[in-house]
Design a protein around this ligand. Structure first.
Ligand code: CMP
Length: 139
């Protein structure tokens, strides 16, 4: 079924601050099922490739540097309307604009250290999930 998965990363700030469990709990209690999950430290090459779509943006270098500053948790999540519902759960990219109770409102400090990533379309969810997970690592 199309539209039922999204891809997320719990970013180095949230992992380092000990929020992994609280964020996973929010994800699960909001109806998302975990279909793949791994705890990894991205290389510069991998992070650069993942965010290649932003390579011309002024924040690209800082983004790659931040995403390689510590381990992350990457996961594939399943739910009806997963992409849109997950973006609602995480809140605006800039935590200063994130609605109360959203993951970024609760656990993020800045637009760079914004606690979580969420796919922005069904097409990118499929691309991002395949970037991180082989067929044997997702269920
Ligand atoms: P993410 O959803 O992982 O996708 C790209 C990331 O770039 C974004 O979250 C932010 O953490 C980071 N970023 C830094 N500055 C900006 C900006 N001005 N606009 C959008 N994203 C930004």
């Amino acid at each position: 079924m199309s539209g039922n998965i999204t891809f997320t990363m719990i970013k180095p700030d949230a992992v380092g601050n000990g929020y992994t469990g609280k964020i996973l709990d929010l994800i699960i209690s909001n109806g998302f099922k975990i279909r793949g999950m791994k705890f990894i430290h991205l290389s510069e090459a991998k992070a650069g490739e993942f965010y290649a779509v932003h390579s011309e943006r002024p924040f690209y270098k800082d983004l790659v540097s931040f995403m390689t500053s510590g381990p992350i948790v990457a996961a594939i999540l399943e739910k009806d309307n997963a992409v849109a519902d997950f973006r609602t759960l995480i809140g605006a990219t800039n935590p200063a604009e994130a609605a109360p109770g959203t993951i970024r409102n609760l656990y993020a400090k800045s637009i760079d250290a914004n606690a979580v990533h969420g796919s922005d379309s069904d097409e990118n969810a499929a691309i991002e999930a395949s970037f991180f997970f082989s067929a044997f690592e997702r269920f």
